[in-house]
Design a protein around this ligand. Structure first.
Ligand code: HEM
Length: 426
């Protein structure tokens, strides 16, 4: 039977599985209409244009981050009235999902909390933990290095990124094995199996509440004590629940994302033998590989904003109360910005201008950490694994691969990546 082209206009980006496997033709279709495409369904403007996306990221006067994670789902708990909904937002903010997380705050609260969290990511602190990244990677690789097979998302990427954040936060050595165990054994539920308000990282809340209560009573001079007893730039002292969420949000923001960046880069290397040989022979190419992967197949598909004051974007009027979906995967493949955007080109000029880490006031605080994590992981994996290929037993033959993509409209990346390789002695 001939392939029938999908009717893109009938697809709902936010709920339709049809755009999960390969969203890029859909993005192209939407961009063809307009780089800022208003959709009645969900009252959302889909932004596929690079320049328009940059404008939104840079404008905190007209766009609120209150919906940054969930976007238009669930809908606002109030009916937007007038050209400025600032007061309505203030009144309802606490009832919006994820309220209070750094990424959903607006100024002045955002500025004060970001300044505090940013201290965890200073270049000095990142240099200090870099040798630990290598040790964590080696430790995890030892668990599968001799078998010639690995499922790189669950056996390596997720525990690795989680253990690195635990290290950054100064989780005591004695507890690391417990964290390792929890990262590997927590169930991976499919979308349909998830109960409402399902939080796969709930176990972290209990553990970090324990740490914070202890360190508020008896500070120990460690990073956890610093967070527990934080005083923000505006002089405010966060509540216990807030300091716990500072810590747990970092796992939410930095674990699956980093694991997905690593698996997408490893997928490229495993599928393209020549690319693998080049990068294996010249490891200074790894940073370029990472940047092009971020552009080509970034782990965050959508960042969202809410228009809080009526404005105009790319010639389109956006009324206060309109949702804005910044489709990073589309903006990073905008032909007005990147030449031949659907080609994966190592060494592409100005690739670092991609929007995979966002832009502006909320730019990813973990971007440098994520880059270091993935650079060191790829280096260590190449040291221990020769002839890396995709497992045909798990993902089918080269001409008909079968990968399950992460469901939903926020993250992008394969759920499992089974690789085969020839073990190398360290
Ligand atoms: C490849 C991995 C990662 C990607 C693609 C990524 C992507 C992003 C994006 C797009 C944003 C901006 C959201 C917005 O403007 O609405 C963001 C914010 C953030 N990310 Fe990341 N992230 C990654 C890794 C990490 C890591 C490792 C950490 C920390 C351990 C982290 C911590 C944060 C924090 C704290 C924010 C909020 C910043 C703010 O609101 O001021 N991220 N990230």
């Amino acid at each position: 039977m001939a392939n029938i082209p999908p009717d893109y206009d009938s697809l709902d980006f936010f709920s339709d599985p049809g755009v999960i496997d390969d969203p890029y033709p859909y993005y192209q279709h939407i961009r063809g209409k307009h780089p800022v495409h208003l959709q009645d369904r969900h009252n959302v403007a889909l932004v596929t244009g690079f320049q328009e996306g940059v404008a939104v990221y840079g404008d905190q006067e007209h766009y609120s981050s209150v919906t940054a994670v969930n976007g238009p789902i669930p809908p606002l708990p109030f009916e937007a009235k007038g050209d400025d909904i600032g007061d309505q937002l203030t009144a309802h903010r606490a009832h919006l999902p994820m309220a209070g997380l750094l990424v959903t705050l607006d100024n002045p609260e955002h500025h004060a909390l970001r300044a505090f969290v940013a201290q965890l990511f200073t270049p000095g602190r990142l240099r200090h933990i870099e040798p630990r990244l290598q040790a964590i990677a080696d430790h995890l690789i030892n668990e599968f290095a001799e078998t010639g097979e690995v499922e790189v998302v669950r056996e390596f990427g997720v525990p690795f990124a989680g253990l690195v954040i635990a290290d950054l936060l100064g989780v005591p050595e004695a507890d690391r094995a417990w964290f390792r165990e929890m990262f590997s054994t927590r169930p991976r539920l499919d979308q349909a199996e998830k109960p409402e308000n399902y939080n796969p990282l709930a176990f972290l809340d209990d553990k970090f509440t324990e740490y914070m209560v202890e360190r508020r009573a008896t500070p120990r001079g460690d990073v956890l004590s610093e967070i527990a007893n934080a005083v923000l730039a505006d002089g405010s002292k966060p509540t216990l629940a807030q300091v716990v969420s500072i810590a747990t949000f970092l796992f939410g923001a930095g674990q699956e994302t980093t694991a997905k960046l690593l698996s997408s880069a490893m997928l490229m290397l495993a599928e393209q033998t020549e690319l693998q040989a080049r990068v294996r022979a010249d490891r200074s190419l790894i940073p370029d590989l990472i940047e092009e992967t971020l552009r080509f197949e970034g782990p965050v598909k959508t960042s969202s904003r809410l228009v809080c004051k009526t404005t105009e974007l790319g010639g389109v009027t956006l009324a206060a109360g309109t949702h804005v979906a910044l489709l990073s995967g589309a903006m990073n493949r905008d032909p007005a910005k990147f030449e031949a955007p659907d080609e994966f080109r190592l060494g592409r000029p100005r690739v670092r201008e991609h929007l995979a880490f966002g832009r502006g006031a909320h730019t990813c605080l973990g971007a440098q950490l994520a880059r270091s994590e993935v650079r060191i992981s790829i280096d260590c994996l190449l040291d221990r694994m020769a002839n890396i290929t995709i497992s045909e037993a798990r993902h089918g033959p080269a001409a008909a691969r079968n990968f399950r993509q992460e469901p939903g409209y926020v993250l992008r990346g394969v759920r499992r990546l089974n690789l085969c390789f020839t073990p190398l002695v360290a």
